[in-house]
Design a binder for this molecule. Structure first.
Ligand SMILES: [Zn+2]
Length: 910
């Protein structure tokens, strides 16, 4: 080893997503003596991958500041100690080691003494501990954000050291993703391993088996502590550290030789979907792009290694083609000639239809639920209306979240009213149409946030009417918010309905146009690039248009200033954040609190225009795709469910509860709905999609669908490839070769109360055929299809659908709506008040349920069973949004912006 790299022991290295790549491991800063970003520049491919947008950096800094604030430092320490079953500390002392090992050792010794002598807990910020296994290398340190030192209990002498990290993770639909938490706890575990191995850990201090992550509890970035057992994480860290030591010892890089050659000789494990956060991504991709080996194109595209031999013939033109999925062949072919391939599926989605509201948003990187602007477009019977654009000057404020719901609620209300005018007995459903999943997540998370606030408000309203003080869960005076307006509630409730609908496959309150288009088009280039709607749309337009130059277009999209989805490109995020937060001088000069309000508005508007244009193009290209006869069936199913939702909304009956928080009785009562949804979904898929039907027919254990071959036509004789379907079975013909029977003009669908009735399909019994060929039957359908000998058919067992006697009709059962824990048609405004017992589960309004819960909490508080009286502290299962009056809140745009340090990457933050 020649020298030591600054920051070479960063926690991320031990918990990296790239640890499986030999080139990544071999270019450890410990080996090559420079940071990863410097290395990328030195090999000629300076790389912005993993660069942190300024707004995102400010968010991390803001969160760290909150964790260090007096109030939350003490809260984090106390709840951590409480959750580990230790004694309530006599006091909490907060100190800072300023990332110095000497200071850390001294503060640990003092904290230990404080713990053992007076029972105090100490929260130490900014620790520095030598990287486990590298204690002699002065430049490599692990830097846990904080640690808690607390006395042991039950007469055990000594103190515990509980290692922690602060992570400003976003909550998506109120949850932090498991993969994020896992990564965070791996970093904590590295801190714990390093502390446990450190020669200067004071005698009497033991590293605790558990670690703690401080993560944001709400949109104001106020922290809470998540405590977890570290055993498995520490075992993994030990394994990684061992690997790293071996790699460092076994790989020799000599300063005098070419670093490019050194990097090139290390074998890369390239994957375009995960490598983008590695600083060597551009270097590795260029290596593949300039390679003369035809198989390297397949690596560049991210085609799995086991499939490459089957499609390499498409590239070299000589190797025989093997058995690869159609989508993989289509991807390679499209890359080679620049024209996307159509999957042949017909449309069943509702995008672009009357009653839909198209929505794009520009999300702020400075806050989990921050929005810079929104544009909405309502589709009526006359077609798409004008886009309406709104820019928010204070992206993270609660008023902006209400503003987003207000604008959406207004359009949804208009859409509902138009649908009711068109058909008052059975109004068609409404849909929100978005450009990516992230837009749906941000909108649903905002809805969740506002629903939580409204439910808290209802409890406090009860408190005040009963002469009680409005208190937070922890017993502090609450800031009582204003009520949720009824039209805003329409949006909030609709988005929560979407969240609950995720348990059902056939629901579609929110339509993700990118996912819809991907069902019809296979683009060229790495398939991960098709995760962007602008990329996929341009490829879709290549069908019958101008071919796409695959690599050039991939680069063009990567270099684009704008992005189609909710998130901004780094460039645009920085520009917008600077216009918003800017420098202190600019802020004073503008007199508005914003650095440059005009530029801010212009940038956000321009960004929204791009997103609108991409969504318009996507709807245009979808408009050219053939429509399935089953689209109306899908529409009717969504319509059924929305009729129930409208009753919920009208009666305020559980319309503000999302699926994850429903009580067990409700989730159990939904089981029949979920089962009937699954069955109907399977039947419609077998009907409409030859590929899926074929997969079903050839899957072991599936008895309802089979492949059959026509032996002769008069009489009609079939060879049926199923042991379950035979003599006496009645079958229905689904597909002839790749022709879809249900799409035939002679087939008619009539919606009925409990089912969709199809007439014109070929249905009839199988009977034994004279002769002794097994699986050969005569078939006598009531409607005889035009068939020829040798035709390949896909047939289904009629009994899967219904037990009707006649062979002229087939019924597909409609999925059951929630008939237990939802308002029934007969429920009225006063039903619950008149008969609480009879309407306890269907239409009890939130107002009543929350008043009841408020009374229960008040009783518990009076008995001393709630925080802060109890020890250990009670965990708030709801963890709703409203904080205590006067508690510090985080606003990452409140201070002028600073750039993130060069050696920190997204991998370190996330
Ligand atoms: Zn009722």
């Amino acid at each position: 080893m020649t020298n030591q790299a600054p920051g070479g022991g960063s926690s991320a290295a031990a918990a990296s997503a790239h640890a499986a790549c030999a080139r990544f491991r071999g270019t450890d800063p410990l080996v090559v003596g420079r940071t990863r970003r410097a290395l990328a520049a030195d090999v000629g491919f300076a790389d912005d991958s993993g660069r942190i947008p300024e707004a995102r950096w400010m968010r991390a800094m803001t969160f760290e500041r909150l964790v260090r604030s007096e109030k939350f430092a003490s809260e984090v320490a106390t709840t951590t100690v409480g959750r580990l079953g230790l004694d309530r500390p006599t006091e909490v002392v907060t100190v800072n080691a300023h990332v110095s090992t000497d200071k850390t050792a001294a503060l640990l010794a003092a904290a230990h003494q404080r713990a053992t002598e007076s029972g105090a807990a100490t929260l130490i910020h900014g620790l520095a501990v030598p990287f486990v296994g590298f204690e002699e290398s002065p430049a490599t340190e692990v830097k846990p954000d904080f640690a808690v030192v607390a006395p042991k209990v039950d007469g055990n002498a000594g103190s515990w050291l509980i290692v922690g990290d602060a992570k400003d993770y976003e909550r998506v639909r109120s949850r932090i993703e498991d993969t994020r938490l896992l990564k965070g706890f791996l970093q904590v575990a590295l801190g714990a391993e390093s502390a446990a191995a450190w020669s200067r850990l004071p005698k009497g201090v033991s590293v605790h088996s558990h670690g703690v992550l401080a993560a944001p509890r709400n949109a104001f970035l106020q922290p809470e502590s998540l405590v977890e057992l570290l055993d498995d994480h520490r075992a993994e860290v030990r394994m990684r550290v061992e690997e790293r030591c071996q790699e460092a010892a076994g790989t020799r890089y000599d300063d005098a030789s070419s670093v490019t050659k050194f990097v090139a000789h290390l074998q890369a494990t390239f994957d375009p979907s995960t490598c983008t956060t590695c600083t060597l991504f551009s270097f590795c991709r260029n290596e593949l792009r300039t390679s003369i080996d035809p198989a390297d194109l397949l690596v560049e595209l991210g085609i799995p290694a086991d499939l490459r031999p089957h499609v390499v013939g498409l590239v070299d033109g000589t190797t025989e083609l093997g058995n690869a999925p159609a989508s993989v062949r289509a991807n390679v072919s499209a890359t080679l000639d620049g024209v996307a391939r159509l999957t042949g599926q017909r449309r069943t989605d509702q995008a672009g239809l009357a009653g839909s509201v198209n929505v794009v948003i520009a999300k702020s990187d400075a806050a989990a639920l921050g929005v810079h602007g929104i544009a909405l477009q309502r589709v009526t019977a006359e077609g798409r209306g004008p886009w309406q654009t709104t820019v928010f000057e204070d992206p993270q404020s609660p008023e902006t979240r209400r503003g987003v719901m207000h604008l959406l609620g207004r359009e949804l209300t208009k859409a509902m009213s138009e649908q009711r005018k068109a058909n008052s007995a059975e109004p068609s459903p409404i849909h929100v149409v978005v450009t990516d999943k992230s837009t749906a997540d941000v909108l649903a998370s905002i809805a969740d946030n506002l629903a939580g606030i409204e439910l808290s408000r209802l409890r406090w309203e009860r408190d005040m009417s009963m002469g009680r003080e409005a208190l937070t869960f922890n017993g502090e005076p609450a800031q009582v918010p204003r009520p949720l307006a009824e039209s805003d509630r329409t949006a909030v409730s609709f988005l929560l309905e979407e969240d609950r609908a995720r348990a059902l496959t056939l629901r579609s309150p929110i339509v993700d146009v990118r996912a819809v288009l991907a069902r019809h088009v296979v683009a060229g280039g790495p398939s991960v690039a098709s995760q962007r709607l602008d990329y996929l749309v341009a490829w879709a337009e290549s069908v019958g248009g101008t071919p796409v130059d695959s690599r050039a277009f991939e680069d063009e999209i990567e270099a684009s200033d704008h992005a189609p989805g909710a998130r901004l490109t780094n460039w645009q995020s920085d520009a917008i954040h600077k216009a918003l937060a800017g420098s202190a001088a600019n802020r004073r000069k503008s007199g508005t609190g914003l650095a440059d309000p005009e530029r801010y508005a212009a940038l956000v508007t321009e960004e929204l225009r791009y997103k609108c244009a991409v969504l318009d193009r996507a709807l245009d290209v979808l408009g050219t795709m053939p429509v399935s006869a089953l689209r109306v069936v899908h529409r009717a199913i969504e319509g059924d469910a929305q009729a129930v939702w409208r009753r919920r909304l009208k009666l305020h009956a559980s319309d503000l509860v999302r699926f994850g928080r429903t009580y067990r009785h409700w989730r159990n009562s939904l089981v029949p709905s979920i089962e009937s949804d699954g069955k109907c979904h399977g039947q419609l898929l077998a009907f409409a999609n030859p590929q899926s039907a074929n997969d079903l027919a050839t899957e072991a254990g599936v008895r309802e669908v089979a492949v059959a071959t026509v032996v002769r036509t008069s009489p009609l004789v079939l060879d049926v490839g199923s042991r379950r379907i035979g003599d006496g079975s009645r079958i229905v013909l689904l597909h002839v070769n790749d022709d879809v029977c249900v799409e035939h003009p002679a087939v008619h669908m009539t919606p009925q109360v409990g089912s969709f009735k199809f007439a014109g399909l070929s249905i009839g019994p199988l009977s034994p055929h004279v002769g002794d060929v097994p699986g050969r039957f005569e078939w006598a359908p009531a409607t005889v299809p035009p068939l020829s000998a040798g035709d390949r058919l896909i047939v289904a067992d009629f009994a899967w659908f219904s037990d009707a006697k006649r062979n002229t009709m087939l019924n597909v059962g409609r999925p059951q709506v929630d008939g237990v824990s939802a308002p029934k048609i007969a429920c009225r405004d006063d039903s619950y008040a008149d008969d609480p017992a009879g309407h306890q589960f269907c239409c009890r309004p939130h107002e009543d349920a929350e008043a009841d819960w408020s009374d229960q909490l008040a009783d518990r508080r009076a008995r001393g069973e709630l925080n802060p009286e109890t020890w250990p502290p009670v965990v708030d299962g709801d963890a709703f949004e409203v904080g205590a009056t006067g508690a510090p809140t985080g606003n990452a745009t409140a201070v002028p912006s600073t750039a993130p340090p060069d050696d920190v990457t997204m991998d370190d933050l996330e």
